[in-house]
Write a protein that binds this ligand. Structure first.
Ligand code: GAP
Length: 441
């Protein structure tokens, strides 16, 4: 967390006013990394595939969406209040061995003490709906309650419903061949009872989701296909170590209300194992609900067999922040170098590192070195875009800084460069330096 703030990856939301729980802002370095992660995902799942197309739906949706999806009725966490100090908690996060569906009796049997006052005097478990409520249109605070109720809307708690509600539009406009997926990236909002663990549980987060529509008889093979594909993305594209990823087959009692099978991808974060993403078989739950609420048919006609049916859905869903934290924590190393020096280094893969190269003149007060370095910088920038310039402090300090932000290669222009057009290229991971001709960079 301290590296993230110091180097401009992530700042607490509304920092200047003392913060705002569950919100985080991305700084100059963080915004590049976040965007690269999102772009890699889009490239891997949409741009390079014939069977997945994209949408970008509005965050504010007709409230019928959340009635149909079940969120109004069931998108709730178990809230418990300490009767002594009035602090409120998510019950399954303060007691051991219980799940989200915990009852008051089960919770009391754990004899959990209040994390704030240490007493054991609890009120009943209540279901707390996590959707953020707002009013849409010209409604004033002193308007009558009925009018206000009519104008209620929610900030979407998942991007998925923006996909389901566009299923018919996508089929009618581009008529994809089944099985096919619709992908979306975007903000989702959840009024988490206790946002925590840095960016792991936020009140405002970003999701990357695919609804993959299949014939009901083929859900299992498509589930396995998407399981493999997501592992490939996480391990090959995001460089997450396979041994830190664990598939957890979620038991029926703990699955979301819409799911017949869910595999949570758990990741070994620095604070312990947590859910990185979920892969859920949502059956035809959503499309059937939409058909009922809207009165419109959600049927698909198979192009080959002519069969008409409501497709079933496999959904891979991942939070950008959780992937960001997994990528950062897998890359973060504290090392002792040969000369006894210590360093922090982010061993980010080249495709995700905010900058691929850093270009420096050996000495900033030698105009001939600066001029040559600027030439090299301009050339590389044109070719690779993500190139940074650093002429601050001495060369050792620059290397430390570039190690901390994960720049794979540092290029230094020195007096030999002026003679033979070669530069020093220093490798972030090995710290070894080689000389390379500028034209070969
Ligand atoms: N459409 C299905 C869905 O939203 P979910 O398990 O509630 O399922 C999917 O969320 C993913 O979104 C999670 O695996 C996680 O990566 C991310 N996510 C959910 N709530 C989050 C939060 N409060 N903060 C950060 N990421 C969150």
């Amino acid at each position: 967390m301290s590296l993230c703030k110091r180097r401009g990856f992530i700042f607490p939301g509304s920092d200047v006013y003392g913060g705002f729980a569950g919100t985080w802002d991305y700084g100059p370095l963080g915004v590049i990394l976040k965007k690269k992660i999102m772009d890699e995902w889009w490239h891997f799942f949409v741009e390079t595939r014939d069977d997945i197309v994209g949408v970008d739906a509005a965050i504010l949706m007709n409230p019928k969406t959340w009635e149909a999806s079940g969120h109004t009725a069931t998108f709730a966490d178990p809230l418990v209040e300490c009767k002594e100090c009035k602090s409120r908690f998510r019950a399954d996060k303060i007691a051991k061995g219980i799940t989200e569906s915990v009852t008051t009796e089960e919770f009391l049997a754990t004899h959990t003490k209040c994390p704030v006052c240490g007493k054991e005097n609890w009120g009943p478990i209540r279901k707390f709906n996590m959707m953020f409520l707002t009013h849409v249109g010209a409604v004033l605070p002193d308007d009558d309650a009925d009018l206000a109720a009519k104008n209620i809307a929610y900030l979407r708690p998942e991007t998925a419903q923006g996909i389901f509600t566009n299923f018919k539009n996508v089929v009618d406009s581009v008529y994809p061949t089944i099985p096919f997926g619709i992908a979306q990236q975007g903000k989702a909002f959840r009024n988490e009872i206790s946002p925590r663990d840095f960016i792991l549980r936020d009140r405002e987060c970003s999701q990357m989701e695919i609804e993959y529509f299949v014939h009901p008889n083929t859900w299992e093979e498509n589930f396995d296909k998407l399981l493999k594909l997501n592992h490939e993305f996480l391990e090959k594209v995001c460089n997450l170590p396979a041994e830190k990823l664990h598939d957890y087959d979620v038991p029926a009692a703990d699955r979301a209300h819409y799911s017949k099978r869910t595999i949570d991808f758990m990741f070994d974060y620095p604070n312990g194992q947590e859910e990185l993403m979920g892969l859920a078989y949502r059956t035809d739950f959503d499309l059937q609900n939409i058909a009922r609420e809207s009165g419109k048919s959600m049927e698909y006609r198979d192009k080959v067999t002519g069969e008409t049916f409501v497709p079933h859905v496999i959904e891979p869903s991942i939070g950008v922040e959780r992937l960001f934290l997994a990528v950062l924590s897998a890359a973060y190393k504290e090392e002792e170098l040969e000369d006894g020096d210590k360093r922090i280094v982010l061993k980010l893969p080249e495709n995700l590192a905010p900058y691929r190269f850093c270009v420096s003149p050996l000495l900033k007060n030698k105009p001939e070195l600066v001029e040559k370095a600027k030439e090299v910088y301009a050339k590389l920038r044109e070719k690779y875009t993500f190139v940074t310039w650093d002429d601050s402090g001495n060369i050792g300090k620059r290397y430390r800084k570039q190690d901390e932000i994960g720049t794979p290669k540092c290029i230094v222009i020195d007096f030999d460069t002026l003679q033979d057009d070669t530069v020093t290229v220093r490798n972030r991971d090995t710290t070894k330096q080689i000389r390379v001709k500028i034209e070969e960079l």
